[in-house]
Structures are given as structure tokens and as C-alpha cells.
Design a protein around this ligand. Structure first.
Ligand code: FAD
Ligand code: NAP
Length: 543
């Protein structure tokens, strides 16, 4: 039964129990959970014109996931597991959108989702314990709970390069790719950025354009994806074993159902180590990281993996100067999010592809007809920014959230986000974040993290309803302790050593730098959350 009374259809004011912002993996599951299992009246809002979140926006050529399809999916419905068939090891954005639409259709989620509706502000009234949410289409919604499912990677980062407004050609950010595609036939294309996105994109642009110039600031490691269609036999086997696969994904560090070899890279001789890396290279994908247990915790062990990949880059790229520029030398493998690729390095052997090493010749400006680096002007018809996102905080701060005392989330986080379990922040009652800063999120196969967060939030809301409680927020001490734990967990790994990483907020000029996701492992994090709930929600205050 709903907690709130219905209001007339025509009214501009709508009252619900919970507003969920975002209709991606997180928002769709939050709607299902809160509506179907708790009986709440829920309104989902998304500024996108369709559901899918990341997969609505990221339609650039080559866009696909790098978690494997059979576990980059929801575990909450056995029916969905049995009815849906994945076609490839790594499905593309079209297939993932089709999957999410299948889920939304099956559970009749569309009726509570309002698309093309951007949340412009949210203000808390402590006298009534209600959020007032305003949208860009002039709607006002009141809700007891505000649940942000706005994604960690949903605010495009377009660098402020002088002259961008003077460019006479077209430019695009990969995270806002036109839905009708872009015809690159006969075009000279410049791509800025060589992260996971740029590494998926470059081979596709090279195949479509007359010429591709890749502007690289930091050389990156990448592992062959080895994408392939899934056989019927494999799919049958997965469907038979789904319960075990899901349990496996939940008990490991990063939500991927495979085990990390319980051996140090330094405990084997160089021949055996090379054999193990060779095998992992052949298997491909993110499983490469599982070759040894200490790749992300021991500098010397990491060096062995980094050296192996460097040798592979030199083998693949024919021009030795280009190979040298493409070989990472300023950070260890996987200290930044490791990309996986389909013929990325080989792309630089094509006659119509050139590499500009921005460390040697930085960009000075964008001109009417291209990009000027310190040594020349590169003439271009199209510029593609594969320059990533204002991760974690960008979309949350853009919601213009104000707490009971007029305090804003933006001000409260001016020195960096401060959360308890990544799920709540002090001073903002009844605001729940799915995969907020301080949660494992991007260090995990995200559907696993998302389901855990949504389930924890639903459990907390149920606790409140059962106990007649009207508001919840964490104590400042609990948040401070959690920030300390987030830092401790990060410092136990090599991850903070990649100083230009978006994990640290370092990719956005002026952003406070602190390690943003929780690196203590998904399974450990879930145990902590459960323990907190079992201990009367230790660190949270209810009224
Ligand atoms: P999102 O999918 O980002 O959805 C957030 C939604 O919130 C968006 O639709 C946005 O429009 C909406 N929104 C934001 N602000 C507002 C506002 N003010 N008003 C209204 N709506 C708003 N993760 C993995 O685990 N494995 C992968 O292989 C993988 N591949 C990825 C590939 C790419 C290209 C990218 C960019 C990310 C990838 N990720 C991957 C991470 C991916 O973001 C998550 O897996 C997952 O899709 C996140 O779902 P979400 O619902 O939390 O957020
Ligand atoms: P990213 O990892 O932040 O990479 C951005 C790239 O742009 C980097 O090479 C960066 O260089 C460069 N760049 C940024 N600003 C620049 C500037 N002003 N001048 C020149 N170069 C600049 O972003 P992303 O590649 O979009 O990936 C973000 C995350 O999304 C990934 O890490 C991953 O979690 C997810 N993702 C996953 C997949 C997948 O395989 N499934 C695909 C895409 C994205 P520096 O390194 O020097 O900063």
C-alpha cells in the first residue's frame, strides 16, 4: 500500500513516496524493488529520451561492455536469466539497451518512468520530512525519499581547449553520441583521448574515416578483448548454473565470477610467469588481471605484468617510434581502469592512422580547421572527444540538492565527497545514493554493486516504515570514519599511484583530489553494510 495520497492527474504537483533519478541499471532496479516489493509509489525521472542510462548515451562506434554479458546483467529474476539470450561475450550498446528494455517491459516499469525530464533542484523540508524536486519541464514532485541513480560516469568531460567555438567542422563527445550515427566517409577525424572509450573507438573510426589522427596524452595498457559469439552450449551451461555464478560474483573482490590466482607473481620463475601471462593474454579481457594475486598490491609484481604488456605493444606496432609513444611509462598496469580492445594497437599499422604524442607536442588551441599542437596544425573535419567523465560527483552536484538548513551538497563536498558507505551523506536526510562516492561501484562489475546498494536501501526504508520512522541520515563521525576507511583501502593497493586517474578526480581541472571508490572489495563491503544494518543501523540517526 502506498504511503501517500494520490493527487489529480492535471495537478502540477505530484506526491510520491520516492523519486528515483536515473533510468539505467540502478534506477530500473530501484523502481522494481521499491514498487513491487515494498509497495511504494515511485516516480523515476531521467533527462534521457529513453531508458538505459550509460547505454542510452554511449552509442559511439565500438561501444560495448567489458564485463562479460552473462554476468553484466541482473541477478534478481531467474525468469529474466532464463528468458534472455546474450549473443556475444561482450554485447554492444544496442544489445544492452534491448536487454534493459526487455526487463522494463517484463515488469511494466515504463508506467512510472518519466523521460526527457531533468531534475533541476531538490530541497528538503525538515518540518514535513519531504523532498521537493523540480524539473526542467516545470513539474514539482514531493517525496519522502530521494534516491539518486545518476551513475558514476554520466557527466561528459569536454576539456576547455581554447578555440573550440571557432572550429568549423563538427565535434562530438563519445558520451553524447548522436543516435543516428555520424557519417565519417571521406572525413579527416581527430580523436582526443585513449582511455577505455578511445581504445574501443579508434579501430572503428580508422575503418570509417579517410584519415584518423589520435591525440594521446597518456599511453595506456590494453588487453585483447577476444570478443566472440556465444555458443548455444555455453548459454545452456550458464543458464543451468546461474545460481552458482551469481553466488561466485558476490563472494569475490570485484563482482566478476572468476577467481584470482592465489599466488604472487614473484613466487614463480620468469619462464613460468611468462607462460601464465601468455595464457591470460590468450584468454583476454579483464580476466588478465587475475593472473596473480598481487598485481594491484605489490609494485614489483605489478612491474612484471606491465613489462609483459609493454612487450606485446612493441610486438604489435610496426613503427618503432609509434610503438614507443604507445608504450605506457608513467603508471603501472591497472592502476588506472584497464581497457580491453579489439585491434587497438594494430590500428596504428594502418596507412590512414597517425598518432600525436601530446607529451611531446601539447595542444595549443583548436582552430577553425583543426587542432594546433606546438609543432603544427592538424587539419580536421571532425573532432571526437573521448575524454571521459566528471566521475562520481558531476551528476550528483548538478542536481542542486539543498538540505534542511539551506546547506547545499555542492558546498558540503567542496573539499571532496564525504559519505557513509557511499549511500548517504550527513546533513541530507532521506537522500540515498546508488553507487555513490565511497562505494565499490566502478571497481566492481557494476550490476553486482548496484543490486547490493538498491537492496540495502530498500531494507533500510522497510526498517523505517516498520518502525514508523520518518527520516534517516548518517552522523558526521560515521562519515569521517568511512572516509578514513576508503583512504585506508585505497592505500593498501597501488591504485592511488596513477596520479592522473579519474578514480582520484584528477581528470577534471579544479576538482578536489581524493580517492573516490571503495577499494576494499565488493564482498567485504557488502559484509560491512549488512553488519551495520544488523547493529541497529550503526552510524545512522533516525527520527
Ligand atoms: P547510468 O547508466 O549512468 O544512468 C544514470 C542516468 O541518470 C542517466 O540516464 C542520466 O541521464 C540520468 N541523470 C543524471 N542526472 C540527471 C538529472 N539531473 N535529471 C534526470 N536524469 C539524470 N560497468 C561495468 O561494470 N562493466 C562494463 O563493462 C562497463 N562498461 C561501460 C562502458 C561505457 C562506455 C561506460 C561509459 C561505462 C561502463 N560501465 C561498465 C559503467 C556503467 O556506467 C555501469 O555499468 C552502469 O551502466 C551504470 O548504471 P547506473 O544506472 O548506475 O547509471
Ligand atoms: P577516461 O578513462 O577518463 O579517459 C579519457 C582520456 O582522455 C584519457 O586518455 C585522457 O588522458 C584524455 N584526456 C582527457 N582530457 C584531455 C585533454 N584536455 N587533452 C588531452 N587528452 C585528454 O575516459 P573513458 O575512456 O571514457 O573511460 C571512462 C570509464 O568508463 C572507464 O575507465 C570505464 O570505467 C568506463 N568505460 C568502460 C568501457 C568498456 O570497455 N566497457 C568503455 C568505455 C568506458 P590522460 O590519461 O592523460 O588524462
Amino acid at each position: 500500500m502506498s504511503l501517500t495520497k494520490a493527487v489529480p492527474e492535471s495537478s502540477n504537483l505530484q506526491e510520491v513516496d520516492a523519486v528515483v533519478v536515473g533510468a539505467g541499471f540502478a534506477g530500473l532496479y530501484a523502481l522494481y524493488k521499491l514498487r513491487e516489493e515494498l509497495g511504494l509509489k515511485v516516480q523515476v525521472l531521467d533527462k534521457a529520451g529513453g531508458i538505459g542510462g550509460t547505454w542510452y548515451w554511449n552509442r559511439y562506434p565500438g561501444a560495448r561492455c567489458d564485463s562479460e554479458s552473462y554476468y553484466y546483467s541482473y541477478s534478481f529474476s531467474s525468469e529474466v536469466e532464463q528468458e534472455w539470450n546474450w549473443s556475444e561475450r561482450y554485447p554492444d550498446h544496442n544489445e544492452i539497451r534491448r536487454y534493459l528494455t526487455f526487463v522494463a517491459d517484463k515488469f511494466d516499469l515504463h508506467r512510472d518512468i518519466r523521460l526527457s525530464t531533468k531534475v533541476t533542484s531538490a530541497t528538503y523540508d525538515s518540518a514535513r520530512d519531504r523532498w521537493t524536486i523540480l524539473t526542467d519541464v516545470g513539474q514539482t514532485i514531493e517525496a519522502q525519499f530521494l534516491i539518486t541513480a545518476v551513475g558514476c560516469l554520466s557527466t561528459a568531460n569536454v576539456p576547455n581547449i581554447p578555440g573550440i567555438d571557432t572550429f568549423k567542422g563538427d565535434w562530438y563527445h563519445t558520451g553524447q553520441w548522436p543516435h543516428d550515427g555520424v557519417d565519417l566517409t571521406g572525413k579527416r577525424v581527430g580523436q582526443i583521448g585513449t582511455g577505455s572509450t578511445g581504445i574501443q573507438l579508434a579501430p572503428e573510426l580508422a575503418a570509417a574515416a579517410e584519415h584518423l589522427t589520435v591525440f594521446q596524452r597518456t599511453a595506456n595498457y590494453s588487453i585483447p578483448a577476444r570478443n566472440a559469439p556465444l555458443t548455444e552450449e555455453f548459454q545452456t551451461e550458464v543458464k543451468k548454473n546461474y545460481r552458482d555464478i551469481r553466488a561466485w560474483a558476490k563472494r569475490v573482490t570485484n563482482g566478476h565470477p572468476f577467481d584470482i590466482r592465489d599466488q604472487s607473481a614473484l613466487d614463480v620463475d620468469s619462464t613460468e610467469r611468462r607462460n601464465i601471462y601468455d595464457k591470460a593474454w590468450e584468454t583476454g579481457g579483464l580476466r588478465f588481471r587475475a593472473a596473480f594475486r598481487d598485481i594491484l598490491t605489490d609494485t614489483q609484481a605489478n612491474q612484471t605484468a606491465s613489462d609483459f604488456i609493454r612487450s606485446k605493444i612493441r610486438e604489435k606496432v610496426k613503427n618503432s617510434d609509434t610503438a614507443e609513444s604507445l608504450t605506457p611509462n608513467d603508471h603501472g598496469f591497472a592502476t588506472k581502469r584497464p581497457p580491453i580492445d579489439t585491434y587497438y594497437f594494430e590500428t596504428f599499422n594502418r596507412d590512414n592512422v597517425s598518432l600525436v604524442d601530446l607529451r611531446a607536442t601539447p595542444i595549443e588551441e583548436i582552430t577553425e580547421s583543426g587542432i594546433r599542437t606546438t609543432d603544427q596544425e592538424h587539419k580536421l573535419d571532425v573532432i571526437v572527444f573521448a575524454t571521459g567523465f566528471d566521475a562520481f560527483t558531476g551528476s550528483l552536484e548538478a542536481l542542486n540538492i539543498s538540505g534542511p538548513d539551506g546547506n547545499t551538497l555542492r558546498d558540503s563536498w567542496h573539499a571532496g565527497p564525504r559519505t557513509y558507505l557511499g549511500v548517504q551523506t550527513p546533513g541530507f536526510p532521506n537522500l540515498f545514493m546508488i553507487t555513490g562516492p565511497g562505494s565499490p561501484s566502478v571497481l566492481c562489475n557494476m550490476p553486482v554493486a548496484i543490486e547490493q546498494h538498491v537492496e540495502w536501501v530498500a531494507q533500510c526504508i522497510k526498517h523505517m516504515r516498520d518502525g514508523g520512522l520518518s527520516s534517516v541520515e548518517p552522523t558526521p563521525d560515521a562519515a569521517d570514519e568511512w572516509v578514513t576507511e576508503v583512504n585506508r583501502a585505497a592505500n593498501a593497493t597501488l591504485l592511488p599511484q596513477a596520479s592522473s586517474s579519474w578514480y582520484l578526480g584528477a581528470n577534471v581541472p579544479g576538482k578536489p583530489q581524493m580517492f573516490l571508490p571503495y577499494a576494499g572489495g565488493m564482498a567485504h563491503f557488502a559484509d560491512i553494510c549488512e553488519e551495520v544494518a544488523q547493529n541497529d543501523y550503526r552510524g545512522f540517526v533516525f527520527t
